[in-house]
Design a protein around this ligand. Structure first.
Ligand code: FE2
Length: 217
């Protein structure tokens, strides 16, 4: 896990660069992680370097309180903190171990909000096809546990909307171009084989039980 505050450090992957093959090649994963993801971390640290006042702020603090930062660093922090957050979610919710979603809280919620798992997959894929430019399609949960799909451009995140991201796909060309060129559809189909449902379920349960406990207080 990334160090929670400045200086931020890269989140170690739970798989080797070549373990997501054949769906994502070693070259794609290593380039994405080593060059793109780490670049967001480095730039975020560089930006905050001379602003010690914010060195105890977490990624959440930086993203959610962006307008409290000096104007001169707002844009750089926004882009790079978002870049770190989005990439960590993307890498954490992939696994080489082909997983089927288990019959649990998340499974029931997916069926409830999307009609069925097929309904979820169909809508998710449709959004990735219709998406123009660079960004993400993300499965999010409201504070009440309601599930939604949302698209975000560039390195924006669902966090300012008070939505908790559970699963995301990176639709920037750097995440697939080396292997799939401009065939985003093929990349998305392959990526569906890599979803780490266990991790997604854990995130949903965390949100669900945390809120249940909050309501009890
Ligand atoms: Fe990326």
């Amino acid at each position: 896990m990334t160090k929670l505050t400045y200086p931020f450090t890269p989140m170690p992957l739970r798989y080797r660069f070549n373990e997501l093959e054949p769906y994502l090649s070693e070259e794609v994963v290593s380039t994405h992680y080593e060059k793109h993801y780490k670049s967001y971390i480095n730039k975020l640290n560089e930006t905050l370097n001379t602003f010690p006042r914010y060195h105890h702020w977490t990624l959440y603090d930086l993203i959610l309180n962006i307008y409290q930062l000096p104007l001169e660093i707002q844009n750089q922090v926004w882009v790079n903190a978002g870049g770190v957050y989005n990439h960590e979610l993307y890498f954490a919710t992939m696994t080489p171990y082909n997983q089927q979603i288990k019959d649990n809280l998340l499974h029931k919620a997916l069926n409830n909000y999307f009609g069925s798992m097929e309904g979820f997959e169909e809508l998710f894929k449709r959004l990735t096809t219709e998406f123009v430019g660079s960004g993400y399609v993300t499965l999010v949960a409201s504070p009440f546990g309601e599930l939604r799909l949302m698209t975000t451009i560039n390195q924006n995140t669902p966090l300012p909307y008070r939505l908790f991201p559970l699963l995301t796909i990176d639709l920037w060309e750097h995440s697939y171009y080396l292997q799939y060129q401009n065939n985003r559809k093929e990349y998305v189909n392959a990526w569906f084989n890599l979803i780490n449902w266990e991790e997604v379920s854990k995130r949903y349960q965390y949100l669900f039980f945390r809120n249940v406990n909050c309501l009890k207080q």
